[in-house]
Design a protein around this ligand. Structure first.
Ligand SMILES: Cc1cc2nc3c(=O)[nH]c(=O)nc-3n(C[C@H](O)[C@H](O)[C@H](O)COP(=O)(O)OP(=O)(O)OC[C@H]3O[C@@H](n4cnc5c(N)ncnc54)[C@H](O)[C@@H]3O)c2cc1C
Length: 329
């Protein structure tokens, strides 16, 4: 036991909690990467299995007529799962790297304004990276397990281990519900909303700068729609959460995911712009790589970004039905 033990004060008195949060914020970004990594390894296993497993025939005619069945990767519903994981993973990687760069700037830049802007961004995005990438890490581990059918449930292929490993990342370093509350309850309002306003401004300017570029239209239109939904949700919170804090709590998880969708959509819009520029320059033998990026970016915009409207509808429904029933009901 520690009776009579001597303690040594490190740093200033009462500075411990602040120091603990420095550690926690780094750990939260690390756990976000854990979610992303599990999503990626589960996806890689699922793609490999989908190319190998023979079951059923393609709806558009046999693709492997010499075999007893086609590989399941020919089926649109299997593609839906694989493309969803791929589109999230690549944007998640970009988001993690973007946040890492901002973190370096926040620590090392000699320019006070740059340092502050990067620090604002890192604080804002930490609960999003942790909460969204780990929620998706689990969803995708289950999705990849489903691609294996019954072979995903039994232990032989290791898919159920990915599901178990992804589950803890949603809980530790602050359960994801708490990340969402951190975003809505603390990060949005900090310094008069400086961080979130800067984020909106950057995305709005990107959409405006690329508005007349027709090749960018599939990306900028979907991103702008998502940004509008996010700004509407933020305004709804400003108008409805102060007077009734349960509205903020009821909105928080949907708001965190809405934020994540828009941030990931921004990553895809930038990757699409970069891929188009590389292809225009001749791509130096890497055209298939950039073409694949553009298809995946379109998939994200068409199939994943529309979820921002659902999230906004849930947020603006408020807390009333959530809180209406007594605990005994
Ligand atoms: C395997 C494992 C390893 C761990 N490793 C460590 C470690 O190394 N170091 C360490 O310090 N901790 C560690 N933890 C603890 C971990 O960080 C906590 O379990 C986690 O933060 C959740 O806290 P809790 O278990 O007390 O849940 P609770 O706080 O009881 O939360 C339960 C549920 O209620 C929700 N909830 C709680 N309060 C609110 C609120 N005000 N509003 C809305 N919803 C709320 C939460 O989101 C959660 O869904 C570990 C846990 C596990 C399982």
């Amino acid at each position: 036991n520690y009776d009579e033990a001597e303690g040594t004060l490190l740093g200033e008195l009462n500075g411990g909690l602040k120091a603990m949060f420095t550690m926690m914020n780094e750990a939260r970004l690390g756990v976000g990467l854990q979610g992303l990594s599990l999503s990626e390894i589960a996806y890689q296993n699922a793609v490999s299995y989908a190319k190998d497993r023979l079951q059923g025939r393609s709806l558009s005619g046999a693709k492997a007529p010499d075999k007893k069945a086609d590989p399941i990767i020919v089926h649109p519903d299997i593609r839906r799962s694989l493309m969803t994981m791929k589109a999230y993973n690549e944007a998640g990687r970009a988001l993690a790297l973007w946040t890492a760069i901002k973190s370096d700037v926040a620590h090392r830049s000699g320019d006070d304004k740059d340092r502050q802007a990067a620090d604002d961004y890192t604080g804002l995005m930490t609960p999003v990276v942790k909460g969204v990438l780990t929620d998706k890490g689990f969803d995708h581990a289950v999705m990849a397990q489903q691609v294996f059918g019954g072979h995903g449930y039994i232990e032989e292929h290791g898919m159920s281990q990915f599901v178990r490993d992804a589950r803890i990342a949603m809980i530790y370093e602050g359960a994801n519900g708490i990340q969402a509350l951190d975003l809505v309850g603390r990060k949005l309002a900090q310094n008069g909303g400086r961080a979130v306003q800067a984020f909106f401004k950057e995305l709005g300017e990107f959409c405006e700068e690329n508005r007349t570029d027709e090749k960018m239209a599939p990306f900028t239109k979907a991103l702008k729609k998502g940004l509008n939904d996010l700004q509407a949700a933020t305004m709804w919170l400003v108008q409805n959460a102060m007077a009734k804090p349960d509205n903020a709590g009821a909105a928080s998880t949907d708001y965190m995911h809405l934020f994540g969708l828009v941030a990931l959509g921004y990553m895809w819009a930038q990757m699409a712009k970069s891929a188009q520029a590389k292809l225009a320059e001749g791509a130096n033998g890497a055209a298939p790589f950039y073409d694949t990026k553009l298809v995946t970016a379109r998939f994200f915009m068409e199939r994943i970004m529309p979820e921002t409207a659902t999230r906004l509808a849930r947020i603006s429904s408020g807390a009333d039905t959530l809180m209406a029933l007594p605990a005994e009901a």
